[in-house]
Ligand binder design. Structure first.
Ligand SMILES: [Ca+2]
Length: 356
């Protein structure tokens, strides 16, 4: 009895372990199961979801049309590697099938196709005679553009009858990037401010974006935090009202809902500020006092402001100019760090406050 137990249970245990192991690997599963299917037409109550219900006796039946389409919403962005189509009926298969991908179910990219009685790059054939393929048409997709939240089949070649698909089996893996950017720009506008804009093609589990700025590309300070607008296809905008004279580095990051962050890119903008005759001595400032060298033609009344890199004012003082060298004493409660010194609401220069 004991011997029987061992010889029966051990192989069973290993088989079950193997099943569990493979079920965890994305590409061994049909990722269409449990998702939503939408078709541009149906007939006789044979709805689109019948094509992804893991049951070959139910099927999606399109209206009689040369061209019909069905798409699956995978709810997240995937890299697609294979599509298998099981047809229903003896002759209700399509003679041409195009495979397309999309991030928004509006703009589609064609990534593969199978043609009537011809072999595609994967040696898959759709028969031309009235014989249903005896096994699923397996289409291996190698096109790197085969990714997105949606996958669509455009079925053609049945002018006076329906397209009947019993099952669509899709293999693929989640795209690693939680955010796909379609654009990221930082542009200096007249007068010194820098417009920062980006757009997403898709977002998965994204919580918010951050923009950090730096004058050297090494030490960054937070400029803005902007929450995700949804699952993708959005335009985002931020502005740096107080860029440094010279190079400004803007780093865009994305933070997942679970706190994982990913850098999406850095843009460098060179800004030519007005009234560039300003300078500070010493810079970095040791302690809280420094001398501001003013240009010859500066105004008689000097309004001085110290701003954080995010643009919040932490110090304001008005001075009457008696020479081109203005002695400035900052508040004692200003911490060490990098700030912006704005003069008469126009020119801005970098102010580094260091230990005494
Ligand atoms: Ca089915």
């Amino acid at each position: 009895m004991k011997k029987y137990y061992k010889s029966f249970c051990l192989p069973l245990f290993f088989t079950l372990s193997l099943v569990c192991l493979f079920s965890k690997v994305g590409y061994t599963q049909n990722i269409a199961l449990g998702k939503t299917a939408t078709a541009n037409s149906t007939q006789n109550g044979n709805i689109a979801s019948n094509a992804i219900d893991n049951n070959t006796s139910t099927y999606w039946q399109s209206g009689a049309s040369f061209s019909a389409n069905i798409y699956v919403d995978f709810l997240a962005s995937y890299n697609f590697s294979q599509v298998s189509i099981t047809w229903d009926g003896t002759n209700n298969y399509s003679q041409k099938v195009y495979i397309e991908c999309s991030n928004n179910a509006s703009t589609w990219v064609r990534v593969d196709s199978v043609m009537n009685a011809s072999f595609d790059a994967n040696n898959v054939v759709v028969p031309s005679s009235n014989v249903k393929p005896t096994s699923p048409n397996v289409i291996n997709i190698t096109n790197p553009l085969a990714k997105g939240r949606y996958l669509r089949l455009i079925c053609q070649g049945r002018a006076s009858s329906s397209h009947n698909i019993a099952e669509i089996d899709v293999r693929g893996t989640l795209t690693i990037l939680p955010v796909e950017l379609s654009r990221f720009n930082a542009i200096s506008q007249n007068g010194g401010k820098v417009d920062i804009s980006w757009a997403t093609a898709s977002e998965t589990n994204n919580d918010y974006f951050t923009i950090d700025k730096s004058s050297d590309g090494k030490d960054f300070t937070r400029l803005a935090k902007i929450y995700s607008l949804g699952s993708g296809g959005y335009d985002y905008f931020s502005v740096d009202k107080n860029p440094f004279a010279g190079n400004n580095y803007y780093r865009l990051k994305q933070v997942d809902k679970d706190g994982t962050e990913k850098e999406l890119g850095i843009k460098v903008v060179n800004v030519m500020l007005k009234n560039s005759g300003l300078s500070i001595y010493p810079n970095p400032v040791k302690g809280k006092s420094f001398t501001l060298n003013l240009p010859e033609n500066s105004e008689e009344i000097i309004n001085l402001e110290v701003l954080t890199l995010a643009g919040n004012r932490i110090f304001k003082q008005k001075y009457k100019k008696d020479s081109n060298n203005l002695k400035v004493n900052l508040d004692q409660n200003i911490n060490e760090g990098i700030y912006l010194l704005r003069v008469n609401n126009q020119a801005t220069i970098k102010l580094v406050v260091d230990k005494e």
